[in-house]
Design a protein around this ligand. Sequence first.
Ligand SMILES: [Zn+2]
Length: 392
Amino acid sequence: MPLVHLSDMINHASRHNYAVGAFGVNNLHFLEGIIQAAEKRRAPVVLNLIESHFENHDFELLLPAVTAAARRTDVPVAINSDHGTSLASAERAIRAGCNGVMVDTSALLFSDNLWQTRDVVAKAHACGVTVEGELGYVPGVEGENAKHHPGELSYTSAAEAAGFVELTGVDCLAVSIGTVHGRMKGVPKLDYARLAKIKEAVSVPLVIHGGTGLSDDQFRRLIANGVAKINYYTALAEAANRRIKDNVAAERKGIHNALLSGVSDVVREEVERCIHLWGCSGRAAEVLAQCRPWHDAEHVIFYNVPETISESEIATIHREGKKALEAIPGVRSIRTSRTIQLDGEYRCCLSVCLASKTAVEAFLKHPAYHHFANTNFWSLITDHITLDLEES
Ligand SMILES: [Zn+2]
């Protein structure tokens, strides 16, 4: 089971002085390239779903493929939602299958950033999900991701970072020390002294956004000064674009698949280079041994209804149950079903799939669950059993 807790994965990198890569997954070609690179290098990897890209594809359709890739591989994987702008987007990401969320409210005033991040931490931690906050501002300069990060660079202050981490409870912190989203014009100047001060001031691992264009030496110095996760996308997109342009030049028949051929290969090559440079190569086994595996969980109710209750009344109960329970944080899906055996002990089933065992505990305490159960459910059914299940 290669899905692991994201906070455990980043803490492992932090303890062992390397950085795990969070590579932007834009489509299946990127997904395949990133996973193949991690497998080839026997490395842990974060599959990063960037919220600003959701205008180009349906996030909820891509996530099942990302989850399938994570479960099929034998290297440790975490699935992170990047640059979520609200509590609602964090809840949506957790529902869809992410076990890490990043809160992007760093453009707001310090206090607004702090309170909004704190809200996300409360909801995400109730599901066992890792939260990354950002303090300071990493702007966009050039490249397709740049336009989503308008404004001026604002450096992270070590003094503010200490208070921010303590008061929000974030598991890791993205900092601004001179990198930009997209590709930097000219040579990036990074403030290592500031980074070292922030590292000293906070108790959580640090994250760098905007890795494209940094030199090998700059990456090494970032890691030596406490960076344990690096977000990386633009260089992968650039490699994919070059490949597609070459294909267009060479392909005369206009066969669509020929235009996209080799894209996953160039993504894989660049991810492999980063994995090796950032010290992740060969870490898969120790990460799997030392990090908690991530297991989905389920709350299942088998029940019977009196014969006086009609089929349409049962359908109404199920409909109302779905509506009331789906909104609870950590609920991924709800299935209602009927047993196939007519002479079985129970005729009906309500099954709630949740993000984790922790999410089941929060679900059972949630007022919306109690309201539905006490007003619409327990009084209508005759007998029941409940089971809480964890994936094994
Ligand atoms: Zn970013």
